[in-house]
Design a protein. Structure first.
Length: 187
């Protein structure tokens, strides 16, 4: 009889230990998944409009995580960048798009700075006086305007919030332009 009681106690203790271990692992899972959600949320792509609507209007301005962004549809591709020019905050949404040196560029309406849609580089022309017959050539100032990743999913267009670990010239005006303008379909 004593043996049966000891055996029963043994099984009961084993059962309790199993329950404690199972609950602990569940808590850890819940804990890690909720932490992940909190970290992921700020980086989640932001819905900015219907693919067909933006194709039709060719450009829109909107806010992505409180930052004014302009989205262009040009020759079959979507591009997104900070809406205020890195030079002095000009409204890039009103600029013309030109092909310069094989790259589509937005021309700022204020002082005609050229910015590549793909990379946000500022372009300028320069000559090399050492050349026998100096001719102006396009050169890059480096990335000046912050661009944003665009993704299309099931007819919807999303823009990813920027990685702000590296600062760019356009960040200064991105802050200043936060509360300016009305963000409606244009052109
Ligand atoms: Fe854009 Fe000066 S503000 S070129």
């Amino acid at each position: 009889m004593l043996e049966i009681i000891i055996l029963s106690l043994h099984f009961f203790v084993c059962f309790l230990i199993s329950v404690v271990i199972w609950c602990g692992s569940k808590d850890m899972d819940l804990c890690s998944s909720s932490k992940g959600a909190v970290e992921m949320e700020p980086d989640a792509p932001v819905y900015v409009g219907k693919e067909d609507d933006i194709k039709k209007s060719q450009r829109i301005t909107t806010k992505v995580n409180d930052r004014e962004v302009v989205i262009f549809y040009h020759e079959g591709k979507f591009y997104a960048m900070d809406a205020c020019c890195y030079h002095a905050g000009g409204p890039l949404r009103l600029g013309e798009i030109e092909d310069i040196n094989g790259q589509p560029c937005i021309i700022c309406p204020w002082h005609k700075y050229k910015i590549t849609l793909e990379t946000g580089e500022g372009l300028y022309q320069a000559i090399n006086p050492m050349e026998p017959s100096p001719t102006p050539r396009w050169r890059s100032k480096g990335v000046k305007q912050r661009i944003h990743k665009v993704t299309i999913d099931n007819g919807n267009v999303y823009v990813s919030p920027p990685d702000l670990s590296v600062s760019l010239a356009s960040d200064y005006y991105a802050d200043k332009c936060k509360n300016n303008g009305d963000f409606t379909m244009e052109k």
